[in-house]
Write a protein that binds this ligand. Sequence first.
Ligand SMILES: O=P(O)(O)OC[C@@]1(O)O[C@H](CO)[C@@H](O)[C@@H]1O
Length: 394
Amino acid sequence: MDLAPLTASGDPRLTAPVITTADGFPRSVLRDRHPELLAKVLDGVPYPPEVRLAVNGLLQELDGSILPLSDSHADAAQWAEWSAPYLGKSWYEVPFLWAENFFYRKLLGATGWFAPGPWQSVDPFGPQKDAELAGAAVQAELEALEQLGSLPDSQALDSLVLAALWGNRADLGFKIQRPTGDDGAPEVDNMIADQRDALLPLLTDASRIILITDNVGRELLPDLVLADRLLVGRSGVTAWLHVKPSPYFTSDAMPADVLKTVQRMVDGPPAASEIGHRLRNFLSEGRLELVAHPFYVAPLTYDQAPPDLQKHYARADLTLLKGDLNYRRLVGDAAWPATTPFGAVTSYWPGRVAALRTLKSDVLVGVDEERLAALDATGEAWRTSGRHAVIQLK
Ligand SMILES: O=P(O)(O)OC[C@@]1(O)O[C@H](CO)[C@@H](O)[C@@H]1O
């Protein structure tokens, strides 16, 4: 396939082939996960016949060739430009990152998310997100916060970083394929790169911190508790919580999800409630700011971030970047040899950045050769199982 190599590092000498939907894990996402996801959407929201028809049209399109957007929302012209090289091709011969993004954008168009009318701004993934937030797993995490107060500061911060990391394991899209997925205790042994020793002091010293969030529920909750920990008692610190401006990859957090989660904390057990009240105050005081930039739902990698975001990242002491998709966008959705240094492919980042990610796709850098050989020798699908994780810092 004739695809230009991707340069994620800003260094034209450092390139790797773009990952496409032609085979392997990406193909299975399109073939298995996306149809299931569409069925869940139609199951969860009682959309009217015309919306159901449009969503089923998208399902059928997945077996044929890629069609242009059929709506004329403000981003349509930009999407026409991004899509031009791929229209008319099969969904199974295009870059994975672009295909997933276009799929989600098309789904939003089909459900009436953009168009003035009764279904505008109705989150197609809302019922799944709400069920997660109301569920037993989130309740157990809220209760576990009672123990946080008894930990020494450094240990509490370490635990929260690990909770934020492993919270990434359970995104709803992932669970669609692994409904019985065991989401047990953090498995530190399964960390294949762990730069916490360097990260924790940075977190303690930083006064401008960006947290680029990923999923709601069991992931956003520890993210918010971590944000509270960084702000509480430290009046000089400001944190920015970057979220998606529209529904994305099933369970990604938007501003409304942050507010719902904070409210769930306020209404929860005493320690959670105290943190929830504090977060409300941090939001009202402007010490915790929400950012929902359109770049976060674009089919682009971080080296293509617009100047306003680049400036924002540059001014931060540290950016924490959560999850698998953000990792793919950070290092480039490309088949790097996994031993490629993390610093080399992220050298374009205008500041310090740390990735907290459980592995749910093939992309990986920064692993030493021995560890790689041992993992490959297991014969398991360790890159996509969600059972392994990295904390990497540039
Ligand atoms: O970013 P997240 O929530 O950690 O993961 C997103 C994800 O589930 O979606 C993609 C497949 O649809 C994969 O990259 C990844 O496994």
